[in-house]
Design a protein. Structure first.
Length: 288
């Protein structure tokens, strides 16, 4: 990899809300206007990433797989190694073969090195429940609603990096990425009510109070915690003024995108992307 941030996205032309696997989804309320807005919003998000200096590769849409637009759930990717997801809900299991083929293509092109399968009997929904914290050098791993607790040991074995496990308790915040976002410089944006008391205590133990930015219920419901962070830039769904003010006071610059059609499915900017270039240690400096 070149060092340029590199993301996978999916064409949104087949996106809709046709089933209900989380509380945000209501197929009865989905309209053709929402579909048109989704296509435009996806292009705007891609432009925001590219304007921030990222490279974006777009996977083709597949009719009948509307949630293919959320490739964060496809795999955990670190150090050119891909641990493929296994989805809990049958509605999303058809995505597995599509994403496998996409990663095989990336491997053929030399863009990933190794593809690993999850053992039978376990569910894990990719980077949505395994978030790499570059400042701390470990994964934060969510489990409960979608991902099996037992999958955490597979992540540890596959990547040989430290793990901090956090149990999720809310069906509204069913993946870690909906309620937890490490920011460059060591800050953490998160929604405490999505976690068990034990998980909240773990976060407080590992992240000093001055580095914790706690989202309010309004901010979490706006899917602002489901954000993409590139240095001091944060790309997120439209933010309430309260969160915008706090992030800017902490030195971050916001790029807000109207992602309302995707929030109707329970996802936003982080869900809609999968970063492929993350490494567990800085690249060695060339000798002068």
């Amino acid at each position: 990899m070149s060092g340029q941030p590199f993301f996978l996205m999916t064409d949104a032309s087949a996106f809709d809300v046709r089933y209900k696997i989380n509380p945000w989804m209501d197929p009865r309320g989905w309209t053709p206007a929402d579909a048109a807005a989704a296509r435009g919003a996806s292009k705007t998000l891609r432009s925001a990433l590219e304007n921030a200096g990222a490279r974006v590769e777009v996977l083709g849409a597949v009719n009948g797989l509307p949630d293919l637009v959320f490739p964060a759930n496809a795999a955990v990717v670190l150090d050119d190694t891909v641990l493929l997801a296994r989805f809990r809900h049958p509605e999303r299991q058809g995505e597995e073969a599509v994403f496998r083929a996409a990663f095989q293509s990336l491997k053929t092109r030399g863009l990933v090195r190794e593809i690993v399968d999850l053992p039978d009997g376990l569910f894990h929904e990719g980077a949505g429940d395994a978030i790499w914290d570059a400042d701390r050098g470990h994964f934060w791993c969510g489990y409960g609603p979608r991902s099996s607790q037992g999958a955490i040991r597979v992540i540890r074995r596959t990547f040989d990096r430290p793990i901090v496990a956090l149990e999720l308790v809310s069906d509204r915040f069913y993946h870690l990425d909906t309620c937890f976002c490490p920011l460059a410089g060591g800050k953490l944006l998160y929604y405490p009510a999505a976690f068990t008391a034990e998980a909240q205590a773990t976060i407080r133990d590992l992240v000093p109070e001055a580095q914790r930015i706690e989202a309010t219920p309004e901010e979490a419901a706006a899917f602002c915690v489901n954000a993409v962070n590139l240095g001091r830039q944060v790309i997120m769904a439209r933010a309430p003024n309260s969160l915008r003010t706090r992030l800017e006071a902490n030195g971050y610059s916001l790029t807000e995108v109207d992602l309302d059609p995707f929030i109707l499915s329970g996802g936003a900017s982080y869900c809609m992307t999968l970063r492929l270039d993350r490494v567990s240690a800085p690249a060695p400096q060339a000798a002068e």
